[in-house]
Design a protein around this ligand. Sequence first.
Ligand SMILES: [Zn+2]
Length: 231
Amino acid sequence: MANDSVMVIVAHPDDAEFLAGGATALWTRDGKEVIYVIVTNGDKGSEDPDITSEELAAVRRVEQQQAADGLGVAKVLFLGYEDGMLEPSLDLRRDLARVIRTHVPHTVVTFDPTVRFITDNYPNHPDHRATGDATLDAVFPAARDRLTFPELLAEGLTPHKVREVWLGAGSRANHWVDIEPVLSKKIAALKKHESQLAEMDLDEFIPQMAKDSAKGSPHTYAEGFRRVVLD
Ligand SMILES: [Zn+2]
């Protein structure tokens, strides 16, 4: 990856678009390389009694690829963990350190793992917390330190120091991206996740969400992040 590249690490197909679809559209528009890492296969997200987990995972993989294509994402990596069962395990930390060392991103975007409740009515999904925790731990210190996970070194993967981590879906934003110019791209990408969001009025919901996220910033529509610049 180029030295200004971005890796977005999330739990489920559709998370990346909610979390940073606007920022992603702007980064790729400006020529930055963006890679998505989708940790679980999303195989639990359906009320349809006629669909199996395997079928659902296949559908969601296609939807995620189409959404990413619409935003100009260079590559989507699917780690294939089981939806709803994710733990911030050492295996997950190693897998994430592996993709970070392989693709050497400048910036990693993920969930703020400290968020227990998104709103008073909406507990944060355990997979989101696990992904945020495992990603932070993979960035620092696992991907950076030579002697951590020596098996990665044996695979030829030398240490890599990520420069910035952007934590989204949190309440402690210190950095906002003005997504007004790409709001329609974010909405179009989310509409690709038909198996999940067909019932939702995204043309209404996403602008409102972006307005709420912009509070505290000079923007009308934004994605907010807690931006952590590593020493
Ligand atoms: Zn999710």
